[in-house]
Design a protein around this ligand. Structure first.
Ligand code: NAD
Length: 490
């Protein structure tokens, strides 16, 4: 079925009539066609957002914005099942995961709804008692929100919720590999009652993304995706001096100390890399294990990996669905082949797949490489698939050194029962998130983002709002006098 974009409150095809396929990665079938926006379509969307911003949205009271966001959350919860099934058929994620993501996305809309009528400035006492100084927190204007294919509902909520709460208008561009739930949000946005043009949705691939990120009419870009695309977007944005939030990749260390509850740590390692088929930016793809328990822990993780049930992501018993799209599948296969050729010991994952029930699905077996050198590509490059690199360390200093020896700094895990060690290591790890005795936990209240090549800026939590607000300072003379015009007044 041909999908339509949302521009200025209208459902429109791409003006040049071009479309791209949406493919079910389990069945290998085309399930819809999405518009491939031209630069003119993108420009229309930016103009519509600007018109809506200037036409009243920026001065809409916070309490009204909050109502609309709560309504959006209500609708998403009501239709969570439909959204989850649509997502699973589009990107192959397990239905149980996409169901949770729909609800978690709704939780984020609610969390930021709570801020919409509480965006206060400050009154600032100055040196001179004859001056009243205050600030206001104002929306920045038009924001472009560009997302990746792995968790479209959640990635969108991370951006859209604070952007709207703060009073901005947006142009959204989801990934060409998974656009359907974002396009379906057009119905909810309309039903919730957002005025036309506040939320615009364009679809397409890199060309549409380039047209959007290079558009001079933006006031902010928030991007989630790969490092090379993040670099291209930051470069394009710099030409227009548009500020950017970048949520990029990771190669996150999941560190198991010998004093940890090892059974829990093994489950945490499995959750870190095999949940969602490793197609998460926060994947704990480097498992660092202390020497004395290394063999035991890594063997247990490999055993669990072997037992993971591959299959139809729509079915309850399935634990690992297909890779979301062909280019990603090819990338993962290359990384696995190169890893095996590079001297690491493959404990599991290389056996051929011969299950006829997997049909046309793009499946990669859960793969565990042991004795991985942290300098090797297996440990340095983001694979974005179910591929774990297990690395040995001897003591805390070495664990921290290996963990930080990466160009990424997104997430990390620490497994220990020693309270002081937990805090010490959390303090020393260079990453936006440190989990202790858990992995892959998220909360609307907890800020999320990266350091180093994992990007900059924060999503979720109070921190996310500041990405979509600008501060105005107002200074009012109360003295009624004029000073020396040739000297600064303080
Ligand atoms: P990608 O960079 O290929 O694409 C992301 C988005 O950018 C898509 O919408 C795409 O169409 C668009 N795009 C592509 N080229 C563009 C260009 N030149 N200019 C503007 N837009 C362009 O990433 P992907 O393959 O969709 O996603 C996987 C990556 O996303 C992984 O690296 C993963 O770690 C990262 N990711 C990060 C987070 C996070 O929060 N840090 C979350 C999820 C995924």
């Amino acid at each position: 079925m041909n999908q339509l974009m949302l521009i200025g409150g209208q459902r429109v095809p791409a003006s040049a009539g071009r479309t791209l396929p949406a493919t079910d990665p389990f069945r290998g079938t085309e399930i819809a066609r999405v518009p491939d926006a031209s630069p003119a379509d993108v420009a229309d969307a930016v103009a519509a957002a600007r018109a809506a911003f200037d036409g009243g949205w920026s001065t809409t009271p916070g309490v009204r914005r909050a109502e609309l966001l709560h309504r959006l959350a209500d609708l998403l919860v009501e239709r969570a099942g439909d959204f989850a099934r649509l997502e699973t058929s589009d990107n192959g994620k397990l239905l149980r995961e996409t169901s949770n993501q729909a609800r978690f996305a709704a939780r984020n809309y609610r969390f930021f709804a709570g801020y919409a009528d509480k965006l206060y400035g400050r009154t600032i006492p100055l040196d001179s008692p004859d001056t009243l100084d205050y600030t206001t927190a104002e929306p920045i204007g038009v924001a472009a929100l560009i997302t990746a294919w792995n968790s479209p509902m959640q990635l969108l909520a991370n951006k859209l919720a604070p952007a709207l709460a703060a009073g901005n208008c947006v142009v959204i561009k989801p990934s060409e590999h998974a656009s359907l739930t974002t396009l379906a949000m057009a119905d909810l946005v309309e039903e919730a009652g957002f005025p036309p043009g506040v939320v615009n949705i364009v679809t397409g691939g890199a060309d549409a993304g380039q047209a959007l990120s290079g558009h001079p009419g933006l006031d902010r870009i928030s991007f989630t995706g790969s490092v090379p695309t993040g670099q291209a977007i930051a470069t394009a944005a710099a030409k227009n001096l548009v500020p950017v939030t970048l949520e990029l990749g990771g190669k996150s260390p999941n560190i198991v100390f010998a004093d940890a509850d090892l059974d829990r740590a093994v489950i945490g390692a499995v959750a870190g890399i095999f949940a969602a088929g490793g197609q998460t930016c926060i994947a704990g793809s480097r498992l660092l294990v202390q020497d004395s328990v290394y063999d035991k822990v890594v063997a247990a993780v490999a055993e669990r990996a072997r037992a993971i049930r591959l299959g139809d992501p729509m079915l309850e018993p399935t634990q690992l669905g297909p890779v979301a799209n062909r280019p990603q599948f090819d990338r993962i296969r290359r990384a696995v082949t190169n890893g095996a050729d590079g001297g690491a010991v493959a404990l599991t994952g290389l056996e051929p797949l011969a299950d006829p029930e997997l049909g046309a699905g793009l499946f990669v077996r859960p793969t565990v490489f042991a004795e991985v050198d942290n300098a090797s590509p297996l440990a340095r490059e983001e694979i974005f698939g179910p591929v774990l690199s297990a690395i040995r360390f001897s003591d805390e200093d070495e664990a921290v050194a290996i963990a930080n020896d990466s160009e990424f700094g997104l997430a990390s895990g620490v497994w220990t029962n020693d309270l002081t060690r937990a805090h010490r290591v959390a303090r020393r790890i260079v990453a936006g998130t440190v989990w202790v005795n858990t992995y892959r936990s998220s909360a609307a209240q907890a800020p999320f983002g990266g350091t180093k090549k994992s990007g900059y800026g924060r999503e979720r939590g109070a921190e996310a709002l500041s990405e979509y607000l600008t501060t105005k300072n107002v200074m009012i003379d109360l003295s009624g006098t004029s000073g020396d015009p040739f000297s600064i007044r303080t």
